[in-house]
Ligand binder design. Sequence first.
Ligand code: NAD
Length: 418
Amino acid sequence: MNIGVIGTGYVGLVTGACLSEVHRVTCFDKDAEKIKALNAGRVPFYEERLEDVIDSNRHIGHLSFSTEAAKQLENMDVIFICVGTPQGKKGCDISQVEAVAHMIKACAISPKVVVVKSTVPPGTGLKIQAILGDRHFYVSNPEFLREGSAVNDFFHAERIVIGTESEAALQVMRDVYKCFNGKRLEFDVVTAEMSKYVCNCALATKISFINEMSNICERVGANIDCVRKVMAADARIGKAFYKQGPGFGGSCFPKDVSALFELSVDLGYPAMLLSEVLKVNSFQKNQLLGKLVKHLVLKDSRVAVWGAAFKAGTDDVRESPAIRLIEGLLSCKAQVAVHDPKALGNLREIFGDKIQYFPGDRYDMLRGADALVIVTDWPEYKYSNLQLITPKIIIDGRGCIDKYDAEEFGKTYEGFGV
Ligand code: NAD
């Protein structure tokens, strides 16, 4: 099958690369620099195993990259739309998806199966089908990959959701995915669209819930890590995703929860729980700085930060709690030095030369620092040698260092919920 993927970002590149194990895939992007880099064998972001999958499939001619979507669409049987759907002024901005739909309508003469993988609000399918007209078949196929394990998630998906009103398109989608693992869940379009938002809102709600409980634990002197063990023993509650920290970030949860909230307002039912989930998260993102100022006058002090990525396993810093922390530190005129094994390039695009970047030895960069703040749960931070951590103050957003060990070493330690 010939497959075109429009939008070669995180989702588009992973989708195109993984599908090219089985099909002939062309990934398109309007960003000529990105396509040039990919054609030169450079992968624009870090994701485990992705480079190998791309290399091997380019080599056998199954995968190619191009900026010329309009010229080549006619050769495709299936077109995946994987462009961005950023947070707009009010809700989710689907204009990039609409623009691609207009291009398909103008350039694809024979009928195509048009698959939207971008996360779009329920109801978008109707708008896009109206742009495409009767010639093409519309499918909603929301993506559930997790940055950091995206390739594995694609090959061994927990579920593959296909929403369409067309029996013919459904058959084509079954063929597209026939060699990939994952429970098939086939619905109408709006249910498929809604399922993606409900899943992300459920996960975000779990995080805000445990963060709120963790904040109460701190105030009553209870330990959230022990409380979590009690929760986990109850099969109705479980433990997945109940981990306290400096708030959720990334390119999905913040924007998707906001988008569903905005949609609910438009529908005359302002979702009460979702608005609180966002409020708790915003409060939580200020906590790193709040805990630090209890112990340090920030002006002219030097603060070392471990972790810029919004979570381990990715170089993505979008909506990372590190951004809010660094902005706060800079506005208080502190000097900031950041260590991260993968994400410093993306951080530099935001902060330029306002801060210092250390990709190497994480202990070396602590020299002269008054405080260390741990933001990202990179595994190596969990195996840290307290003897080599020189700052007196440690603010530990991810429970990487044991509070009692730190205090034995004479540190002033602030964690979350302990
Ligand atoms: P991204 O910003 O990394 O990539 C989008 C790409 O689309 C960019 O490279 C951009 O240049 C390109 N593009 C935009 N308009 C184009 C056009 N007209 N023609 C060709 N290329 C075009 O975004 P992403 O993180 O891959 O997310 C894409 C969608 O998938 C979003 O809706 C997002 O919410 C959803 N999603 C993301 C993740 C994730 O973990 N990143 C997971 C699930 C779903």
